[in-house]
Write a protein that binds this ligand. Structure first.
Ligand SMILES: *[C@@H]1O[C@H](CO)[C@@H](O)[C@H](O)[C@H]1NC(C)=O
Length: 112
């Protein structure tokens, strides 16, 4: 297998251990599909977020979900997100780009 041009996608857990991402890290060849699931165990029905850090843009917000089945925006740069239930927030891409190595962060907050 030729490994000439591979983006490295690393998924870090939250500051505390109350959020987890599965798988923890991924190395993909360009054009591969990607799916990462973030889960929160400590609270019911939190707001959940995906952020992305890149060299060019720094830390940028991607998706917010205020509840099961609700995600905003619909898509960002070939990524989409879904909230299958109150505790899980899924980030997906049909085809990862070679030019966008990134660190992806999942976080949550209690809604008021
Ligand atoms: C929530 O969705 C995730 C991802 O689809 C699934 O693995 C999990 O079992 C679901 N949990 C509940 C409580 O339905």
């Amino acid at each position: 297998m030729k490994l000439s041009f591979i983006p490295f996608l690393l998924f870090l857990d939250g500051v505390n251990l109350q959020v987890s991402q599965s798988p923890h890290d991924l190395v993909l060849s360009p054009g591969s599909p990607m799916k990462v699931t973030c889960s929160v165990a400590v609270t019911s029905d939190p707001y959940m977020y995906w952020y992305r850090w890149t060299l060019t843009d720094g830390l940028a917000h991607m998706f917010t979900s205020v509840g099961s089945g609700i995600v905003d925006p619909v898509s960002v740069d070939g990524f989409s997100a879904s909230r299958p239930n109150s505790s899980h927030f899924v980030l997906e891409s049909q085809s990862v780009a070679p030019s966008t190595p990134a660190v992806l962060y999942c976080s949550w907050s209690i809604h008021s």
